[in-house]
Design a protein around this ligand. Structure first.
Ligand code: SF4
Length: 329
């Protein structure tokens, strides 16, 4: 096969393909918590899928199952065409250098008493990515500069750094093995609002420079707007809407997405005043005992009879824009 043909064939294979993924947990007394229930999506090379939804909607569980941190109950997850849950030990080792995670809480995910150098160099050592100690030092220093830290920071302990700086260390650690895919699990939600934009901008720059593919989890739509090519909205274990980012903000279909968008702050005070905030009634139902039909029906102002008994399938309503709602069946 020529290089061109190989490239073309490779371009057709999504970086990550998730088919009908289900992840359940036992919830006592024979009951089951359906954290992720029949979720499907595709992420192409160099693209970012942002997944949003309230706490407990299953977005983090979905991401962790996609990268094999959690075992699935059913469905399929393919990374570059390879079954993530059916890898040998050797394949899994190679996979861990291609796929890395950035954690939600940099205070909990980094040992405060470790030296920054050791944290960043660990992956380089494990995957034998340096020729010698000098090469390893060079790589660590370049990574520190790449994430906006000073090379003098290498010999300091993690506890000496602020939350934003710790998240930069976490990003440098993830990048140390030259990954192709980053799973970012709410990487800015534990940080000060003033720091959040800096970390998002850093991730966006790194994505462009390294042609990274990303799965980016966030709890509200304002956080994923600028970094996502596509956005998926999850509710109670289901994907209820998925669309190119620009289109989702311009024309949301699902009543839940409309409500989430109505809460996103707008810079223009006039537009903000005119906009009507949609307040959702009630709380998210228990995922152990979700509504039988549409899982959003108890909180939806547009709920119809059919919504209570029949689960709406995810359907394409315009090019690349999918929604699970009987209003568009
Ligand atoms: Fe609302 Fe019915 Fe659509 Fe569910 S299917 S979001 S209840 S209109």
């Amino acid at each position: 096969m020529t290089d061109e043909l190989r490239e073309r064939k490779y371009a057709q294979i999504p970086e990550l393909e998730v088919r009908n993924l289900c992840k359940y947990f036992p919830a006592g007394k024979g009951r089951v918590l359906k954290a992720v229930d029949d979720v499907s999506f595709v992420i192409r090379k160099g693209q970012t899928l942002g997944i949003v939804g309230e706490s407990g909607c299953g977005k983090t569980t979905c991401g962790k199952t996609c990268i094999g941190m959690l075992m699935k109950n059913s469905g399929e997850v393919l990374f570059q065409g390879q079954d993530v849950h059916g890898m040998s030990k050797k394949e899994r080792f190679a996979f861990t250098s291609k796929v890395q995670m950035i954690f939600q809480d940099p205070y909990a995910s980094l040992d405060p008493h470790q030296k920054v150098y050791n944290i960043i160099a660990e992956g380089i050592k494990v995957h034998k990515l340096a020729k010698d100690r000098k090469d390893e030092e060079g790589q660590v220093m370049r990574l520190l500069e790449m994430v906006g830290l000073n090379t003098e920071h290498a010999n300091r302990n993690v506890h000496e750094f602020s939350g934003g700086q710790r998240q930069r260390i976490g990003i440098a650690r993830a990048l140390s093995v030259n990954p192709e895919f980053l799973f970012c699990d709410e990487p800015i939600s534990a940080l000060d609002v003033s720091i959040q934009a800096q970390i998002i901008n850093l991730l966006a720059e790194l994505k462009a420079e390294r042609n990274l593919t990303m799965l980016f989890i966030a709890h509200d739509l304002s956080m994923v707007k600028h970094i996502s090519d596509n956005i998926g909205v999850m509710y109670l274990g289901n994907m209820v809407e998925m669309s190119p980012s620009v289109e989702l903000y311009a024309k949301p279909y699902h009543p839940y997405t409309e409500a989430l968008l109505s809460a996103v702050p707008i810079a223009d005070p006039d537009a903000s005043e005119k906009r009507k905030r949609i307040l959702l009634r009630g709380d998210v139902p228990s995922p152990v005992n979700p509504p039988e039909g549409c899982r959003f029906c108890e909180r939806c102002t547009k709920c119809m009879e059919v919504c209570r008994t029949k689960r709406p399938p995810l359907k394409e309503v315009s090019a690349g824009h999918f929604v699970a709602c009987h209003l568009y069946s």
